[in-house]
Design a protein around this ligand. Sequence first.
Ligand SMILES: Cc1cc2nc3c(=O)[nH]c(=O)nc-3n(C[C@H](O)[C@H](O)[C@H](O)COP(=O)(O)OP(=O)(O)OC[C@H]3O[C@@H](n4cnc5c(N)ncnc54)[C@H](O)[C@@H]3O)c2cc1C
Length: 391
Amino acid sequence: MQEHVLPAESEYFALVPNHSDWRVWKQPPVMEALKTKARKEGLWNLFLPNPEYGPGLSNVEYAPVAEIMGRSAIAPEVFNCSAPDTGNMEVLLKYGSDTQKQRWLTPLLSGEIRSAFCMTEPDVASSDATNMRATALIEGNHVALNGRKWWSSGIAHPHCQLLIFMGLTHAAASRYQRHSMVLLPLDTAGVKIERVVPVFGSYDAPCGHGEVTFTNVRVPLDHIVGGPGRGFEIAQGRLGPGRIHHCMRTLGAAERALDLMCRRSLQREAFGKTLAELGGNADLIADARIKLEQARLLTLKAAWMLDEVGTKGARSEISQIKVAVPNIALEIIDRAIQIHGGAGVSDDFPLAKLFGNIRTLRIADGPDEVHRALIAKLELHKYQSRSVASA
Ligand SMILES: Cc1cc2nc3c(=O)[nH]c(=O)nc-3n(C[C@H](O)[C@H](O)[C@H](O)COP(=O)(O)OP(=O)(O)OC[C@H]3O[C@@H](n4cnc5c(N)ncnc54)[C@H](O)[C@@H]3O)c2cc1C
């Protein structure tokens, strides 16, 4: 990170434009050079606990590594650990057939291609995955896809070839068995990227977040992952370990912000004192350190629970860090911006970009409110069982 990745950031960002014409976006060559170096060092597919595909780290072991990667927006791709590919690889590993694995998992694992996950729709509240209205209807030996998706992250990347589409298959079935997940090549007839959606004015080139239409798209039936009707189950499974990677990385972003805050507050002087000595700035630095350590320990606990009892047993802890970590990180980054004055909101420091990226997590990884609802439900459940109530 120190020798290769952080010094390459300026070269990378100088080559990615901030405009909406995604057709001309290119992968900066420095990224491919960094990927080659990382792979040679064995720093590759670090997120997968299975030793067949990487070093085989547990979630607790991966957490500090992901945190280090979180210091730079370009690092996850360097080590083939970036979303949405990580979640998509997990889906293929867990639910994919041998043919699906051979066609899509192999090139994703080697970093040759990238992928997108198309679940969210502009017309329905997508924090509830059972709401999706786009259809994936079985017609003989084919499945026909129709509908509009948006926030399909990574779809505009020049290397994106695979889409995972979630659609309604059995409208009359139970809410949790209505949908299917379908694999399809991006260049299938009927798939159209209508636009890339900006985030706080940034198009996030060269990945982009697409609004995409699917019009009478037809693919063979064997493109369904895990069988028809398992879309909701897969959507939940996809949000297992992959779900806490963002939190682990967010700690790294917060740590970088605190580092910048300390340096700036010691280097700069106003009213005859360093910024660190003025007002309550030293307290703000102390509070940032306290909250960051709390957030890290909670994240490690969630990672440990995932290792020990699996996704289901760790549901509350996963949701707890989803709420706690981005909120704490945003508070720290905001303070770091403040201590930098005007420079903090400019592009001369990574703080404004970090703030924008992490603010989206309070929505993109499931809104805070949805996580709080689950935590409260699990907490109250302990008191609602008959034996506890009578005791
Ligand atoms: C940068 C970014 C990248 C994304 N990448 C992807 C991607 O790659 N693929 C993909 O499919 N989607 C992606 N998403 C979409 C993301 O998953 C959804 O935005 C998210 O699930 C929320 O859905 P929604 O936007 O429809 O909000 P809605 O469901 O309309 O919710 C809006 C608000 O309603 C409130 N709310 C919802 N439920 C509750 C509740 N139970 N209690 C109280 N209040 C509630 C919350 O304040 C919530 O923020 C991305 C989003 C962003 C911003």
